[in-house]
Write a protein that binds this ligand. Sequence first.
Ligand code: MRU
Length: 347
Amino acid sequence: MIDAVRWVRTPENRHEVHVLDQRLLPLRTEFVVCSDHLEMASSIRDMVVRGAPAIGIAAAFGVALGSQSFRADAGIPYSDYMEGVSRILGETRPTAVNLFWALNRMKALWFPESDSVLPAGTELLFQEAQHIKEEDVRLNMAMGDHGQRLLPETCTVLTHCNAGALATGGFGTALGVIRAAVGAGKIIRVFADETRPYLQGARLTAYELMEDGIPTTLITDGMGASLMAKKKIDAVIVGADRVTSNGDVANKIGTYGLAVLSRAHGIPFYVAAPFSTIDFSLSSGDRIPIEERSPDEVTHIGPDIRIAPEGVSVYNPAFDVTPAEYITAIITEKGVFKPSEIRSMAP
Ligand code: MRU
């Protein structure tokens, strides 16, 4: 299975985290080695690692790396230092709530240690980060099992962005449902939106599904409507970066349009996401902070090839919010819910 974030112990008994550089896929497979929280924060901000659950896992390892870098002789109490580590990691990407969920979960471990840290404390933080990662794979498999039951024996699915192994601890959310359906013997064919402007669909989803031998056709983002009109799509399945308590869903820009199209064509629109993606503190999606990214992502293909005139004005929100009314069901590790049922699942 593709492994986006790997915990490695060096021969000198130091910890490193090797992050698969998703900016280079599918052309090159290289890892960025993170030895401290600053390197991990850069990896998250610069999209070396991306996808809501994977961002959370990377941030959890970032906390552990930060603890490893603590110097007692620097004159700052451990708890203050770790607050700073957590803040730096929390300032990387604003939309995926899994990031803040993971930082809070890690904080529960380091907070009680206050002014000093034992080597066992740092070790414990790495173990917890690894635990979050392994747990995520189990949750994805449970989600896959629940979700695949919604699909007919033979089915063509449209997906947007990448909600696969690369975006999670492994297996994937939306792609996990597809993998589980294939595992259950169903005949699944996938249309993958290329996902402008960052091309997660073309570069990552097509790559992942082809590695698994799942029949995949790459399309550009504007083609979904015509395929739906021709009755070539049976279901749409996407992941999520944040679900609010009323069932609204933030996901990759373009998701909302697909949901409206699905409604217009009578096609079910499913969102697959673990409970760590649900933000029960927000009443609706208009409160979700939406990340705006560099204009270069729109004016260029990759870092170097300019496709728009110099000086053109650009708007580049990375996510949109799909109102709950357009969502058929939200697939979680605890089962399948109508968006209106999410609120009642609050812990
Ligand atoms: O900007 P990205 O690549 O981090 O955006 C990823 C998405 O929008 C995914 O669909 C979402 O995080 C779910 S990943 C299981």
